[in-house]
Design a protein around this ligand. Structure first.
Ligand code: ZN
Length: 285
């Protein structure tokens, strides 16, 4: 099942461009927005099976799509979670839980956007599989962790490397939280839709040149392992987002380094989910 955020209303998709409005179809039982749906995810999932095969009366236009979790209470992002990316970043492969940081929730947007490049910055791309939490999770074991995932989506952990790496120690939160730096979409896909949700091809292209390509089976810490590690410390809440880390091929790891220029377009894709597009402009525009 795929669930989209269409102008802040939860819509169960019946095709790429048609869906069922959750609040209307459920007679007000669920919705209207995604946060309300995640707060009663298991009941919602049972109900939503009944509408998935109907004719959708909502026309879904790409331009109307928002993030499948537009106002997450917590955003977790994982660093160095693919060994080839850890290597290009000059770090050893992590043995315990990799670095965990946040992208502040105001940077989260829908899938197709225009992003202003911060002045004087080196803005970089990081395509990532994103998991959205569907049930409160504390001390969950990896073997049970998929039961706590509402679904998967594409994320871009857009990163400005000057502010990320400046100062006495690298600090990730601010450099990765400029407006528009956390596009997620184009919709939520429930784990049962994938033959193997732990092995999906992901990648991104900058102005038509493929810059990243990998498989989520190469994650050092899989989604279940991340949920086990995170929930040992923090209580995960419905609607929370986990950016699971990026494969090799980011601009800062290249020789020579390569960053995003005004006018360039970034297309990110994950097998079984779809794609999303960011266009970049300079701050002066
Ligand atoms: Zn990242």
């Amino acid at each position: 099942m795929r669930i989209a955020n269409v102008e802040n209303r939860a819509v169960v998709l019946v095709s790429d461009d048609r869906g069922v409005d959750v609040q209307e179809a459920s007679g007000g039982r669920f919705g209207p927005d995604l946060a309300a749906v995640y707060s009663r995810w298991e009941e919602f999932r049972a109900w939503a099976e009944s509408v998935a095969d109907t004719t959708g009366d909502v026309v879904v236009e790409r331009a109307l799509l928002g993030s499948p979790s537009p106002l997450p209470r917590q955003v977790f992002a994982i660093g160095l979670n693919y060994s080839d990316h850890a290597k290009e970043s000059g770090f050893a492969q992590p043995e315990s839980l990799p670095p965990v940081f946040t992208k502040f929730p105001t940077c989260i947007t829908g899938p197709d956007t225009t992003v202003v490049l911060p002045e004087g910055g080196n803005t970089d791309w990081e395509v990532e599989l994103v998991a959205v939490i569907g049930k409160e999770a504390k001390d969950v074991l990896a073997a049970d962790a998929w039961d706590y995932v509402a679904g998967l989506s594409i994320g871009q952990d857009i990163s400005e490397r000057v502010s990320q790496l400046r100062g006495p120690a690298p600090q990730f939160g601010l450099g990765k939280s400029f407006p528009g730096f956390g596009p997620v979409g184009p919709w939520l896909v429930t784990p049962d839709e994938f033959a193997n949700p732990d092995d999906l091809e992901l990648g991104c292209s900058l102005d038509g040149e493929e810059v990243q390509k990998g498989r989520t089976s190469e994650l050092i810490f899989s989604i279940p392992a991340l949920i086990e590690g995170l929930s040992r410390v923090v209580t995960l809440l419905p609607g929370d987002i986990i950016f699971t880390g990026t494969p090799a091929g980011v601009g800062v790891g290249r020789s020579p380094k390569r960053f995003i220029n005004p006018g360039e377009t970034l297309v990110s894709r994950i097998e079984g989910i779809g794609e999303m597009t960011q266009t970049f402009i300079s701050a002066g525009n």
